[in-house]
Design a protein around this ligand. Sequence first.
Ligand code: HSE
Length: 305
Amino acid sequence: MSQVTVSVPATSANLGPGFDCLGLALALYNRITFTAVPHPALTITVSGTDAANVATDKSNLVYQCAALIFEKAGQRPSGLHIHQENAIPVGSGLGSSSTAVLGGMLAANALIGGPFTPEQILHFAAEREGHPDNVAPALYGGLVLGIGHPRGLHIERFDLPDLKVVVILPDFHLLTREARAALPAQVSHADAIFNAARTPLVIRALQTADYTRLAIAMQDTLHQPYRIPLIPGMAGAFAAAQAAGAQGVALSGAGPSLIAFAPEGHVYIGEAVTAVFAQAGLNSRTWVLDVDHQGSCVEKPVSGA
Ligand code: HSE
């Protein structure tokens, strides 16, 4: 029997202008343990946040992504027990599906002796997700820019100072698929330039913890204007976060959570945003989180009899 545990951080994709290419790892983790068993069986158990919303049959995303790796490698354990210990809410804009995709692939790879490099796993995970802005920071930690090109994936990772963010998640169901369907097929040059100019400034501002720069940089014309109206209270939530002292405010990923950056006053910002969602009839959950600098960790496989 052998066992491997992988922990994968939450991620906040886009960060305003960096649509589908920029993402930040946050210190909130899902842990996935694979135990190879000698008889042909699959069992899946899930504990922690939103555990009841995670499938425990073959449609489970962790299992599906593990199966892809076993198939590519041409080897698999006789049987498998998967345990997911989740801290990241499902469908929140905090990359929970990326933790399942990447975690499932990393755990499967480690369990069969690591035939694939982390870069290859990232490539498979980004292909499965359709964009690298969650899986790349989930693998490497910190702030990551991911660019797909004809020969593969180009990744730039930026070390950040210790920063804290506040994330507020309204109790509202918004599928990424729906949030993507709300986007126009074409955008104007002016909007493209607006974002192109700001994306490098987000990177620079976060690297230098420069909140004045961040206030200019963290604006977007490509996706947020179309998505904010889908979420009750979200326009007011942006305004309330800014009024409470947040200097960078963005939808986290495709939403429905909001991420706000400030040097201090995170709890106060969280309370201000919570009050706005409450007025719109929505409960919400708040996290004050550090940036994760380490990315995914694969704990050494434990071999038994
Ligand atoms: N970049 C993606 C989006 C993140 O905004 O749709 C969510 O998967």
